[in-house]
Design a protein around this ligand. Sequence first.
Ligand SMILES: [Zn+2]
Length: 123
Amino acid sequence: MGYIGKCPYCENGIINYETKKVQGKNAKVYTCSNASWKTEDGEMFELTPESSCNFRIWGNSLLKWGKRGIGPNEVRDLLAKKDVIVRLFSYKTKTEYFKYICLDHEYGVSVIWDIEVKPTNEQ
Ligand SMILES: [Zn+2]
C-alpha cells in the first residue's frame, strides 16, 4: 500500500495504491479508503454494498493507447488538479504522441482527445 492523497470524490477518503496481478502482470490499482472492493478473478473489481465511494484507477487502464502504467506521481498530480500529460503510442502509425488525462468517475482516468499537446522535454 502506498499513500497518494485525499480522495477528490468524498469527504474523508484517502487514496492508496496496491499492486495486483492482472493477466499475469503486475498492475497498480488506486482506490479510496471509503470503497471496499471484492475481486473474484483478480481482474474485475466490484464495489461492496457498504462502500460509500467509487474512486478507483487501474494503473494499466491506458494500456491500449500504449501507456504501460499510470504512476503514483501522475495520480498525485491528478488529485492536485494539475495538468497531467502522458506519452501515448499509436500502434497503427508507430508514433508516440502526448495527451492530457483527467479523472473520470466511470473509467478512473480518461484521455482528453480534443486538446493538442506539444511534446516537452520533461516527458
Ligand atoms: Zn473517496
